[in-house]
Design a protein around this ligand. Structure first.
Ligand code: 5GP
Ligand code: MN
Length: 347
């Protein structure tokens, strides 16, 4: 490495790994070093940050000489299939190659989001939790939760740094995916100076952010176009134009030959409507059950609304499931938004 690159690395390290996290990140790295036979898992229905964290954690454990298995009960979504993984993810507990010694939970929020099998097993396993969701009760060994982080990948990067594992190209590429997806391509307000410094540090280590963007964007299908045109044409404005709502039935997916993956990004698009402060995308999961995706802007707290019906997430992006049909769920979510998202906060 040239002297200039080394100087650049040191300068970026100082900016990219927030000073205030370092003590806790070091404790988390020590906890990882003290365990073995890791089941590494993120929330089911992996998104970019969850897969990114899963891959990067696997690479970290590999570098530390640990036994590990990546656990992904719902598999890797096709649109994220371009990211190389350190091992093939296991979908069922009985397929684990060893008796689990520690659960490394990533980007998960609550144990129930680990999927049925692993959430049943989780109480019996020592758990190290790394996340940026304000969650509940995970990580008896160690819990490193930073809601101010743009992505779990950002928090994990600080643990990797604290563990003294060098950022090679593979690790940098894995981390970059989560940073790119959870900041909406560096467009959200969670793209802080530290995030740009980290992105720069990862690029210096060989991450190809352009390739990630290309792989994510040049991925449209005709089915997805048909689905989006159908659903965007159905968006309704409520609450004097402050709320945009739309519902997707199982039939919509069937008739356009699409899957739920093809809905990724649609709720964000609905939030772009002028005047809209909260977007709500409802999806018929099965007859009598509705998945809800919420997005907001202008300080509207959709996490509070989602929490009121058992879901969760972040202030600007949250979700949950309602055990009721679409039409009924629409009324319920609207009421939750009125009561919890828009209502002035009590002192
Ligand atoms: P999405 O709308 O993309 O499914 O989810 C948006 C955000 O809400 C994600 O960051 C995710 O963490 C959170 N979220 C979605 N569904 C649930 C849920 O059922 N429970 C909790 N706690 N969070 C959720
Ligand atoms: Mn995330």
């Amino acid at each position: 490495m040239t002297d200039t690159a080394q100087v650049q690395e040191h300068a970026l390290d100082a900016l990219a790994f927030p000073l205030v996290w370092r003590g806790e990140a070091a404790a988390c790295a020590e906890a990882i070093k003290a365990h073995d036979r890791f089941v590494v898992a993120a929330h089911a229905r992996l998104d970019g940050d969850a897969l990114s964290s899963l891959a990067a954690a696997g690479l970290l454990l590999k570098a530390l000489g640990k036994q590990f298995a990546l656990f992904a009960p719902t598999g890797v979504p096709a649109y994220l299939g371009f990211l190389p993984l350190p091992s093939i993810p296991v979908e069922r507990i009985h397929r684990l190659p060893f008796k689990a010694g520690c659960l490394l939970a990533l980007d998960c929020g609550t144990p129930s989001r680990l999927g049925e099998e692993l959430s049943a097993l989780a109480p019996d396993l020592p758990c190290i939790n790394i996340d940026h969701h304000v969650g509940q009760g995970m990580g008896d060994v160690c819990s490193l939760v930073k809601p101010e982080a743009c992505a779990t990948a950002q928090v994990l990067a600080s643990v990797i740094y604290a563990a003294g594992v060098p950022l090679d190209r593979e690790l940098a590429q894995a981390l970059a995916l989560g940073i790119v997806t959870d900041t909406g391509g560096f467009r959200h307000d969670n793209a802080t100076p530290a995030v740009f410094a980290l992105a720069s540090r990862l690029a210096l280590a060989g991450a190809d952010i352009y390739q990630i963007r290309e792989a994510l964007d040049k991925n449209e299908t005709i089915g997805r176009f048909r689905l989006w045109s159908r659903l965007l044409g159905r968006v309704e404005l409520k609450e004097n134009g402050r709320v945009a709502m739309c519902a997707c039935t199982l039939k919509d997916l069937q008739e356009t030959g699409t899957t739920t993956e093809d809905m990724e990004g649609l709720a964000d698009r609905m939030r772009d409507l002028k005047g809209v402060q909260a977007a709500c995308l409802l999806r018929e999961q099965e007859p009598g059950a509705t998945r809800v995706s919420l997005r907001s802007s202008a300080g509207v707290d959709v996490n509070a609304a989602a929490a009121s019906f058992g879901g969760g997430g972040h202030v600007k992006a949250a979700g949950g499931t309602l055990r009721m049909p679409l039409a009924e769920a629409a009324g319920e979510v609207l009421e939750a938004l009125r009561r919890h998202a828009f209502a002035p906060k009590a002192e």
